[in-house]
Design a protein around this ligand. Structure first.
Ligand code: HSE
Length: 297
């Protein structure tokens, strides 16, 4: 068998929804998988990450493929895996979730879809540590998810908010990498009660805004006190990029996942927003690539 899977980039958190909400974007990785004799392994990489992605058993996509085969009770096999990557790596656009979801879905197809989407979601979330990129990479659209850990393993509950969303994302991708691990290490162990309540109210409203396509509501509710203030120091110019994107007409501006990519939402003409973000970043010595992407259904 030969299987080809297309998986979207994702932007996690969406402002106040830390580890909870994510949106799929129209930028895709392709994962191709076929079976080889049990002792053979071929890993090919094209595009983003080509210089650094391991070609052996330490590759996380190979690991998740093996996990799917194990869970589906299939005999171990050899594989030819090809990753055709368009999602920039370690930029906060869900490249690892996309690679893992692609590998897991492809492996499951080779197993005759023995596992459910829910099982795939939980296997991949275990690899990733949090579900907010994984769920929209698997289901598309905007997905709200919750991870429930117990002795039996991880349960992930997720709900998709159906499209259309009618937004355009102006995605400003800095030319430096930021590992999620480092961007999580700056987060505090405790937050003020007031900040928790601040986020609780706003993230609830953000979900309402996406359900009703209510962009006035969204524009008021995208502030965050749980992660962005602590990560600001890792992304030179972050606050100014947000401010200037909004002055140029953006509905909202936020850190994409753990960063360093920043995203602004616009409705129609987003050219001015893109220019404003680029200028603000350049003043801080950060070169960026701009992509204008629609949510992926
Ligand atoms: N919610 C995660 C974070 C996304 O902000 O750390 C990173 O992939």
């Amino acid at each position: 068998g030969f299987v080809r899977v297309k998986v979207p980039a994702t932007t996690a958190n969406l402002g106040p929804g830390f580890d909870t909400i994510g949106m799929a974007l129209e930028l895709y990785n392709i994962v191709e998988l076929s079976l080889l004799a049990p002792d053979e392994l071929v890993v090919e990489v094209e595009g983003e990450g080509v210089a650094n992605i391991p070609r052996d058993e330490t590759n996380i996509v190979i690991k998740v493929i093996r996990q799917v085969f194990k869970k589906a009770k299939k005999n171990p096999s050899g594989f030819k895996l090809k990753l055709i990557n368009h999602i920039p790596v370690a930029r906060g656009l869900g490249s690892s979730a996309a690679a893992l979801v692609g590998g897991a879905v492809a492996a499951n197809e080779l197993c005759g879809n023995a596992l459910s989407d829910q099982e795939i979601l939980e296997i991949v979330t275990d690899f990733e540590g949090h579900p907010d990129n994984v769920a929209p990479a698997l289901f598309g659209g905007v997905v709200v998810s919750a991870q429930m850990k117990s002795e039996q393993g991880t349960e992930v509950v997720s709900r998709k908010i159906p499209p259309p969303y009618g937004l355009k994302a102006v995605v400003a991708i800095p030319d430096f990498h930021l590992a999620t691990k480092s961007a999580r290490s700056v987060l505090p162990a405790q937050v003020p009660f007031e900040d928790a309540v601040f986020n609780l109210s706003r993230v609830s409203m953000v979900i309402m805004a996406f359900i009703h396509n209510d962009w006035d509501l969204l524009s008021k509710m995208m502030e965050d006190r749980l992660h962005q203030p602590y990560r600001q120091a890792l992304i030179p110019g972050m606050t100014e990029v947000f401010e200037e994107a909004r002055q140029a007409g953006a509905i909202a501006a936020m850190l994409s996942g753990a960063g360093p990519t920043l995203i602004a939402f616009g409705l129609e003409d987003t050219q001015e927003i893109a220019e404003a973000m680029e200028k603000a970043f350049l003043r801080h010595g950060v070169n960026i690539t701009i992509k204008e992407l629609k949510p992926s259904p």
